[in-house]
Design a protein around this ligand. Structure first.
Ligand SMILES: [Zn+2]
Length: 209
């Protein structure tokens, strides 16, 4: 299971999220085609505006982790998955990205036949983007909870809320039970193409502090 956002992106009324498939995606690693695709994009992106593709290190304050866990655990107490979005800024020469703010968008969660379903409407997503934009932040990360195992489901792959190539997606196991002490069990992925996510490889570092 998992949760995710969006369907019909770009259409009137915007994004709904859906959720589902308990099937883990295919195993991929640093040497996988997906990871190589990211490296290739990175090499081709020199000289322009800063893009997430060029980021080699993501910095995540531990307070942000706590702020994220709070709504995830609360939803979990009711048996639901939930999504939190992270905004931040580029740092240094653009090889580093520092997350600064966590936003819990208005969302509805329900039980669907194929698992839990999280829906974030287009209007709610717009409000998140506007809030980040006004503070000069970029929506570059999403974190959501699962009832048990942490992995990106097929639905998570297909309907992300964070849609910038090079951005980060974290999946939290057991509805966040155990809190920050289990941070090392979160599963992390990067968006390497439309609907294509790769598990973090050697090209990416996440620093918690
Ligand atoms: Zn999921």
């Amino acid at each position: 299971m998992g949760a995710s956002a969006a369907g019909r992106r770009g259409g009137a009324g915007g994004a709904g999220a859906s959720h589902g498939s308990p099937e883990p995606g295919p195993a991929t690693g640093p040497g996988s085609p997906r990871a190589r695709a990211l490296a290739g994009r990175r090499a081709g992106a020199r000289g322009g505006a800063l893009t997430l593709v060029d980021v080699e290190e993501f910095v995540v304050p531990l307070e942000l982790v706590d702020e994220t866990l709070e709504p995830l655990q609360e939803a979990g107490r009711h048996g639901y998955e939930a999504f939190v979005l992270w905004g931040g800024r580029f740092a240094g020469d653009g090889r580093r990205f520092e997350f600064i703010s966590a936003y819990f968008p208005e969302q509805t969660t329900s039980r669907a036949e194929e698992g839990l379903l999280v829906t974030v409407e287009g209007e709610a997503l717009f409000r998140v983007n506007r809030a980040f934009y006004r503070r000069g932040l970029t929506l570059a990360g999403q974190v959501h909870s699962h009832p048990t195992d942490a992995y990106h489901s097929d639905t998570d792959d297909a309907y992300p809320l964070m849609t910038l190539i090079g951005g980060l997606s974290g999946v939290v196991p057991d509805f966040g039970d155990g809190g920050r002490a289990r941070l090392h069990e979160w599963a992390w992925y990067r968006l390497v193409g439309r609907g294509e996510w790769a598990p973090l490889g050697e090209e990416t570092r996440i620093t918690f502090r």
